[in-house]
Design a protein around this ligand. Sequence first.
Ligand code: ZN
Length: 348
Amino acid sequence: MNAVVNATPIGSAQSGFIHLMKSLNNECAKSFQELIEDKHLYQTVKVDYAGIHKAIRSRVIAGAQAGFDATVRTTNFRVSLVESTDQTRLVMIPINVELYCEGKECCKKQAHRPIWFKEIIQDAQATTSTVLITPKLIVPELFQLIVIAYRCERCHGTPQVLVIRRSGWTFSLDCRSPIEHIEVPKHFPKKESHLYRDAVIASHAGKGLAALFYLRAFIEQWGRRITGMSGRNTGDEIMMTYAKTLPTHLRETMPSLKECYEKLSEPIHDARDDAEVFKEVIDKIDQHFEIRSAHRIPEVEMKEQDTVTENQPKNEAVQQIPNGVKKTSDAVTETEASQEHKNNDSSS
Ligand SMILES: [Zn+2]
């Protein structure tokens, strides 16, 4: 049905132009909503101007195409945020969107209403203050900065502000205050969750190397807390010792955090952004903690007098290893083996 309607010939240049602006307005509104609700910092949406223009122009009757082209050539395609009934302008009035609300009563996605918005480039260019705007502000024709403040419809808390940058027909989410909220899975450890959040935020913002580093720091800090290992222990040593804290019958079924640590270290050592490694490892970490949670493995932090227990009671079969961490016989055997290996490496 739509295809038939869309194929209807357009009989005049003016009518063709109004069709074009209507389609662009719809597409801009859709893209804005997608950008605000689904995209992350520095991500973009693109309005397919060329495709829309081509589709509309092909419907304009031959005799009116020259007039249509002339109108398009002289049109200012800036998006205006001022309400207007003029069908020949691009007008984008922000509408309600779903955003996460950090208000105490909410703590989830809620409808947010735009309470203030402005396109600031046009305002800056219109200012009469010579102090503010000398020399004259010159930007590309389709460069715009749009600021929108939203307020939660449920709790009416403090507003959130977004800045959208337009370059040509590409719109990007360049600023978000407060920073994007990242939901941390319930089965993840709470103490280290800020590192997990930063890893995801960095990944969303396209800072892949930082994302890998934060994710590695997340499992390393978790491992350090559980094993009680601090100072100069290497990540490998910590993760190896951590594995010993897991019940033997589950250990083989859980993705290994030591392997995750090693996998993350490769691109970090090369200062390489690797989105595939990030995705693969974050899924494995999620599975690891999910299994911990499903089997109710307690979050026991080892202290000076603690032991790594599998089936042994505390303080049984404890030996002191050089770094001051107490382990079971098993753990010591492996850690000592690794220490010996290191010594051999450094002496060779
Ligand atoms: Zn709220």
